[in-house]
Design a protein around this ligand. Sequence first.
Ligand SMILES: *[C@@H]1O[C@H](CO)[C@@H](O)[C@H](O)[C@H]1NC(C)=O
Ligand SMILES: *[C@@H]1O[C@H](CO)[C@@H](O)[C@H](O)[C@H]1NC(C)=O
Ligand SMILES: *[C@@H]1O[C@H](CO)[C@@H](O)[C@H](O)[C@H]1NC(C)=O
Length: 827
Amino acid sequence: MDVLWAFFIINTIVLVFFSGFSHGVDMLTSSQSLTDGGNLVSKEGKFQLGFFSPGSSKNRYLGIWYKNIPGQTVVWVANRRNPINDGSGLLKINSTGNLVLLSQRKGVVWSSNSTKEARNPVVQLLDSGNLVLREAEQDGNSESYLWQSFDYPADTLLPEMKLGWDLRTGLDRRLSAWTSSDDPSPGDFTTGIALYNYPDPYGWKGSNKYFRAGPWNGLRYSGARKLRPSPNFQHNFQLVFQFNFVWNEEEVYNMFYLKNKSVIARYTLNQTNYQGQHYIWNEENSTWLLYLFTPRDFCDYYGHCGAYGSCDNSESPPCQCLKGFKPKSPLYWDSLDLTQGCERNKPLNCVKGDGFIKFGGLKLPDTTNSWVNKSMNLKECRAKCLQNCSCMAYTNTDIRGGGSGCAIWFGDLIDITQLKSGGQDLYIRMSASETGAEGETKIKIAVAIVIFIVICLLLVSYYLWRRHARLKGGKENHGVNDRSNEGAEKDSELQLFNLALIAKATNDFSTGNKLGEGGFGPVYRGTLEDGQEIAVKRLSRSSGQGSNEFKNEVALIAKLQHRNLVKLLGCCMQGEERMLVYEYMPNKSLDFFIFDKTRSKLLDWSKRYHIICGIARGLVYLHHDSRLRIIHRDLKTSNILLDSEMSPKISDFGLARTFGGDQTEGNTSRVVGTYGYMAPEYAFDGQFSVKSDVFSFGILVLEIISGMKNRGFSQTSQSLNLIGHAWRLWKEGRPLDLMDSFLQESSALSEVVRCIQIGLLCVQYYPEDRPNMSSVVVMLGSENALSQPKEPGFLMNKRSHDQTDSSSSMFGSSSTNDITISQLEAR
Ligand SMILES: *[C@@H]1O[C@H](CO)[C@@H](O)[C@H](O)[C@H]1NC(C)=O
Ligand SMILES: *[C@@H]1O[C@H](CO)[C@@H](O)[C@H](O)[C@H]1NC(C)=O
Ligand SMILES: *[C@@H]1O[C@H](CO)[C@@H](O)[C@H](O)[C@H]1NC(C)=O
């Protein structure tokens, strides 16, 4: 080998690195070569080619980077898979006209493998960042290049570089991320174009689909959201990216270019967080700014909502079935694992004839099983789809100028997202009765309008008749009656129960019917005459609210409806009595299960995870989505009820608002809550906000995972409570020791650790450090890295006897149950 090596060296003029030479040389002829230490610089000095060692690695690679950007941002690597272990690297054009990279020990470590015949080849580094091999006399025509680095990208796409297919040669240009910052060999995160009949850009994790842009519709990728001018970027950066997609017989590729050519930008795959990231160079701060990235949110992960499910990130939960479809398995649908998807309310009947329903604003579904004809119009497209019983949807391939082209889908429709802006129409096959139902509703609406008009006419004539009568008959006054009618109308939204009825339903509030003692009074089970089971909360009589005030408040709470909230059916007021009537939950409350040795076995990890997710979603609704913005203020396991499918339902919400002072945020002298669940700022200063609920939620999560109570927790001789215990295990790097021991087998351990981390993030001491509930839901549903929790509040068990400060008046109660403190005055 050494002899061969000497032969190479002698037969070529070696470009050695010295300053005079490093400027301006952008080309090697077949008689020259480049050794480690030397380099090529593109004509305008934008890019540089040379040998480098990435990160802390000692290996040598041949690569291209920006010449004028500090920190060496490498955009291309030749010998990614085959590093050189010493300084003997040498690049040259060999006798067959190929570019080869040699090392003394390994021989050829990389070669351009061009099959084109070359007479007088030269290799040149262009200012686009492209390294090209061409005939010396032919210049600047990309079609004539013998070989170019742009055809063999690494992890980075530069402006005007093609990502995708040359169908004439079968060349498939894909990006693959670096394994790590020390190792440019291809990682398992890749992106490129899936060459289905209807082509679609994808990101893959190994061989699994990870995200999908949606097919190009002439204007944009069907899953693309509108780019918004962002306040984080200087004006001249805004909307600087332009995307283009070429799809013809010869080529299928996508590319981005820059509207302002003096901006420096790139698209790079990031193996650490599995994102495709668009970066812009910021000269002023000398940093790369992250400008765009995918996946952006929950809905960008591939197939998140399963077949016929549509993802809408502004909704909670984000997965919904398309209209006319229902969840295949309601149990799974409720959890954040929704891959089971949806099924039709009414089955198709191809023989009798189906129809189509138009859905607007969608990212088009996965095109694996699709068929395309670019010259058909929409009508022909519909006919084509109707012909084949397995065709499930159709639409235009190009939405410009009123739409043209035809794409049809076979089999289940997967990975649909509802977009706020952008998106497009999709016509989905439906049973005739379903599409007919649309017609029926139209008829119903028409009938309703006619009836309405008739009633109006009758009322007007009645009014005219009355006026006439009054003028004739003197001073009749119906005013009082009218007003009382108005009152009755208002009440109709809320069901008012008669005391006698409730008493009968609950066996006269017998102890046998008592379910427990809640925050604001005892709760009884009852059965109405029609067989409906109810739970009645008999409020303690101290609230002193007037009946109207009470009624209004309850009417407001009754309007809060979410599948993770217990449904309030109505109320009862008679004399001093104030009662709330709820739907009855057969499975009691969460504490009944998780703190009991035997019953806790009924809740395996997937059920517990499902419960955690459900509680989180219920809270998002209370905090952010409902009109009232309710802070619960008394979240605890006994307030989480379970329905027949073990789905969680939050109870007692809105009561703090009604009976514990009416602010929704701020400071109160009346602390409502339960020892062991209260956030420090609330317990000590009476300061509450959505973040104090987040704290209680964090405790719930830790309790659900460990099967132990935060309060009264004693595992070690130390006086750590459950939070303190969890925090210590976390810091010692053995979070799983927190887990209920019987869960060990059934659990997705990474999911458990993730939940522990989320729990700890929620119980951090400072409210501003805690995430809000929407972020918690996102965290539960994604696999992105989470931040490290800081020290939580309340690490120690406070026992009544070691309390001396003024807060002991609040905590010093000797009761052993988790009784809500609702009547105590804080300092
Ligand atoms: C183009 O970008 C450069 C560098 O960021 C900036 O100085 C210049 O003003 C931009 N030109 C336009 C027309 O936005
Ligand atoms: C990956 O993305 C993260 C977050 O945007 C960033 O901090 C990190 O530097 C990126 N890694 C690479 C190799 O670009
Ligand atoms: C319907 O389309 C599928 C998928 O392209 C095809 O396999 C099948 O033969 C077609 N059926 C008819 C009746 O054309």
